[in-house]
Design a protein around this ligand. Sequence first.
Ligand code: PGA
Length: 271
Amino acid sequence: MDSAAPKKKYRKKIIAGNWKMNKSVADGTDLARLVCRDLDECREVDVVLCPPFTALKAVGEVLDHSLIKLGAQHMHWENDGAFTGEISAGMLRDLYCHYVIIGHSERRQYFNETNETVNLRVRSAQAANLIPIVCVGETLEQREADETEDVIRSQVEEGLQGVNGEDGGLIIAYEPVWAIGTGMTATPEQAQDVHAYIRSIYGVQFGEAAAAGLRIQYGGSVKPGNAAELLAQPDIDGGLIGGASLDARSFVEIVKAALPDNGAQAEDTVA
Ligand code: PGA
């Protein structure tokens, strides 16, 4: 018996569509139907659709009995109470959401989201059995000032302090702010470097086994044309797709680029 043999860790790719503030109920259900038609039998990749709150119920009905899961884009950390305009984790569970995006850079930029409020939301989501997709990423100024690792480290350490970091408990999405909706994608090497860094600091925080199982999505101008190359990187375990998820054909192509037989790497080696 060779106890020194490296352990292999399989991480199934996960592709999520973040529709942001787009799609009426009618347009959203049409899009979900098209995605379901092409991807319903897809078992090798986890697929998630994150419509706006107003379309969650109707899209959830389209996804009922399919392998595609429903996600929300945001939530409040309190269970209920006088928080006008807010939605709780329990309410999202009520609508059969499995995932919730937390700390998206647009929330950080326009709605005062901080690492502290990210932390509250992640805890509340996990307590309700929702899987948080926790977004981290640096701005262009931070990258140019060589602060990328510092920014990411505080987003991970503070945002995830005291949460359940075990296998499957959460997903991290690395989204360089300068690449979101700009058409500027990180190169596969740039993205891989930050993903590997995230996995290493996650290992310090939660242990090597948890880090080896952590799925880290890349987001920021992912398109059918660049998805395969990004998804082939050893530490890129999926994508959080904005603009390209609004069109069924391009979203489906991105999911297909994540299939293991498409060259997307599925294994990691843990020393
Ligand atoms: P994008 O958005 O794909 O339109 O760049 C990604 C995101 O913000 O999640």
